[in-house]
Write a protein that binds this ligand. Sequence first.
Ligand SMILES: Cc1cc2nc3c(=O)[nH]c(=O)nc-3n(C[C@H](O)[C@H](O)[C@H](O)COP(=O)(O)OP(=O)(O)OC[C@H]3O[C@@H](n4cnc5c(N)ncnc54)[C@H](O)[C@@H]3O)c2cc1C
Length: 365
Amino acid sequence: MGSAAAYHLARRGVRVLGLDRFGPAHDRGSSHGGSRIIRQSYFEDPAYVPLLLRAYELWAELAERSGREVYRLTGGLFVGPPDCLTVAGSQRAATEWSLPHEMLDAAEIRRRFPTLTPGAGDVALYEAKAGFARPELTVAAHLDLAAREGATLRFDEPVLEWSDGPRGVEVRTARGSYTAGQLVVCPGAWAPALLTELGIPITIERQVLYWLDPVGGTAAFEDHPVYIDENARGQQIYGFPAIDGPRGGVKTAFFRKGRECTPETIDRTVTDREVDEMRERVIQLLPALSGPAVHTATCMYSNTPDEHFVITRPEGYANVTVACGFSGHGFKFVPVVGEVLADLAIDGVTHHPIGLFDPRRLVTT
Ligand SMILES: Cc1cc2nc3c(=O)[nH]c(=O)nc-3n(C[C@H](O)[C@H](O)[C@H](O)COP(=O)(O)OP(=O)(O)OC[C@H]3O[C@@H](n4cnc5c(N)ncnc54)[C@H](O)[C@@H]3O)c2cc1C
């Protein structure tokens, strides 16, 4: 989010200083692991759809300007019982916004996608425009373009403190102090530490990514849709095509099956038990994924109580803009969030619909 904000701000001709506690496109926050699902039939809430439509335009622009394959459209299947959130919610968003989609019954899913074995009563919404983004490439592309537009980017420079006053903001880092007219804070899992005084309730959750070696090789998964599958208990898993070569496995994960942590306390070790649990669940839909894990990784979600984002100019801070609490589903919005943050920092307002992300909804008084 910060790299996209730096790019959109620099592009509009303002002077930008970008600061990160780690190196560019690192693996210690929430934006690593090779792939992120992008989709438009948004079961979380149809209110996200206009932002997604703009995000897709900006994804295409980012790919073109950076010359990198930051995303790929593979088609996406959102599978489960007809009335579950994944299916009914996606259908609601698709219908409300007239998004192209198809509804498939279990037999049709099996016929068109032979890797999949949905339950007899399951159905799927198929969206041709779904696919995946590449998080590390996306961050690198935004940083490159930001630098090209004149932004100064500093890495391995943690912000220790910030304050807002009548003459602008002051930021103290491990290396020095800076003053600026405006501050944009996109701290990911460090939001509880860096934004304590704003009182935004965010819980950090450890999540695990699994790359399983398919029986019969990766060939059947190379030209494969992304998927989200919900079972009768409401548990969602998701996954990707094979994009890491014949030995790279196929990536899959539980959506929202985490343990609370902090960036300091997260346990980066993934146990055999966790791998077994993932494999047992995913082979219900994709029996070929019964092979060993070739790789695993951990990543953090920053969850708000209602799982909607926080994007705001907080009350009482005239020169500060904040984006946090992306609750495990923010990546597909990265380019449009950059645009929104530039609007808010430069103009104080945005024409994009961000009412859902006002943190005042989370304050219980
Ligand atoms: C396992 C997993 C799977 C996901 N899958 C999807 C998906 O399929 N689709 C989707 O849309 N979204 C997905 N997401 C969510 C998405 O990746 C996140 O919402 C998004 O990456 C959050 O970006 P961010 O910029 O808020 O956080 P980050 O990318 O973590 O960036 C925060 C940055 O702030 C820096 N920072 C923090 N504190 C300081 C400080 N004091 N000083 C200087 N710098 C600081 C950090 O170093 C970091 O670089 C997934 C997330 C995870 C973890």
